[in-house]
Design a protein around this ligand. Structure first.
Ligand code: MRU
Length: 369
């Protein structure tokens, strides 16, 4: 997508052919800074410290992390060490493990002397695949938006609510939840996005608003607790969110607060869609609420906030009384019964076991191995 008229992806191989460039998302929206990753450790830290974030981008970063590791040590022990270092960088987004499993499957059977080159080839494929998948999500989600347009009076705006950042910054390009929005905007559909700020890291206010703004998509940032009110007053036509892991039964894990939006949508008859690439489905997890690990992050993300002062400095301030305990659950799970549909690259699916299995039979077979 475009930043100041120039096309960017969120991650790429640098001109030197081996190091990896990525947008440092910790600095947005105030500064556009590109980070250079040169080792497996750099990739692991980038994921853990949320320099990169969002399930598909975490997977892509891990894939390049394996390639960087193979440059340094392509032995069997090096392969194991790289996998073990990266797989624990963040616990909830399954795309991390998916990408590492793909990399290991490609590299383990071949001669160590060939592993570094093969690793870059496979990592590049994973990156390109993400872009292709998101194009599919865009097309399938567009049909839902067009159906809403057809029911409205001509020229009326379609209002979409989204939570967190499931935009192009969370993927390699296009985004998942935002892919249909960008395509609708490109096709001239009048579309407006309600952007949940998404405490405590504010991915909505900092990232979604930034990328929509750069792309010229009308949007409004709202405090996290506003969505229910808007839905009660007919101001949301549909909600589209992303996800970090979808269980085999259709339960959806996403950024903390998603569940509350799904409840509000259900109560108000607002369609609640989840956009996801197939690597986000975890067929090994049967019951999302019971079995998906929920990351708990540092309390500092809750107690402190960083922003730009009137004179242009970035400053961090404390907003919670000294001594008050805080909890920071980073994700929650929305039960499948509250989800209207799953927008995937293979169509809009019912959030249930049978529909997921029918759409992705090869993944079921792989999970059984
Ligand atoms: O903690 P984050 O910022 O990595 O969480 C990201 C989200 O919850 C996204 O909505 C999700 O990964 C979907 S990304 C297309």
């Amino acid at each position: 997508m475009k930043v100041d008229g120039k096309h960017f992806r969120s991650i790429w191989r640098e001109r030197d052919g081996w190091s990896v460039g990525a947008i440092d998302q910790r600095r947005l929206p105030h500064e556009f800074v590109i980070a250079k990753l040169t080792s497996c450790e750099d990739a692991a830290v980038a994921i853990r410290d949320m320099l990169v974030r969002g399930a598909p981008l975490i997977g892509a970063t891990a894939a390049y992390g394996m390639a960087l590791a193979m440059r340094a040590d392509a032995s069997d022990a090096g392969l194991r060490r790289a996998y073990d270092t990266l797989v624990v960088a963040r616990p909830t987004a399954i795309n991390l493990k998916w990408a590492l499993d793909e990399m290991r499957a490609a590299l383990a059977p071949i001669d160590p002397a060939e592993r570094a080159e093969a690793a870059y080839v496979r990592a590049d494929e994973i990156v390109e695949q993400d872009v292709e998948i998101n194009r599919g999500i865009a097309a399938n989600g567009l049909a839902l938006i067009e159906a809403i347009v057809a029911r409205k009076t001509p020229g009326e705006t379609v209002n979409v609510l989204t939570h967190c950042n499931a935009g192009w910054l969370a993927t390699v390009d296009w985004g998942t939840a935002t892919a249909p929005i960008y395509l609708a905007h490109e096709r001239g559909i009048k579309i407006h996005v309600w952007v949940d700020e998404t405490r405590p890291r504010n991915q909505g206010a900092s990232l979604t608003a930034w990328e929509l703004g750069h792309h010229g998509v009308p949007h409004t940032v709202i405090p996290d607790n506003t969505g229910g009110h808007l839905m009660q007053h007919g101001m949301v036509d549909l909600a589209i969110v992303g996800t970090d892991r979808v269980a085999a039964n259709g339960d959806v894990c996403n950024k903390i607060g998603t569940y509350l939006k799904a409840l509000a949508a259900h109560d108000n008859g607002v369609p609640f869609y989840v956009a996801l690439p197939s690597p986000t489905i975890d067929f090994a997890v049967d019951d999302g609420i019971r079995d998906i690990p929920i990351e708990q992050r540092s309390g500092v993300e809750v107690t402190d906030m960083t922003g730009r002062t009137a004179d242009g400095r970035l400053e961090t301030v404390r907003i919670v009384p000294e001594g008050s305990p805080v909890a920071n659950y980073a994700f929650d799970v929305t039960p499948a019964r509250l989800v209207t549909g799953l927008i995937t690259e293979r169509g809009v699916l019912k959030p249930d076991r049978a529909s997921l299995a029918a759409a992705f039979p090869e993944r079921i077979a792989a999970a059984a191995e």
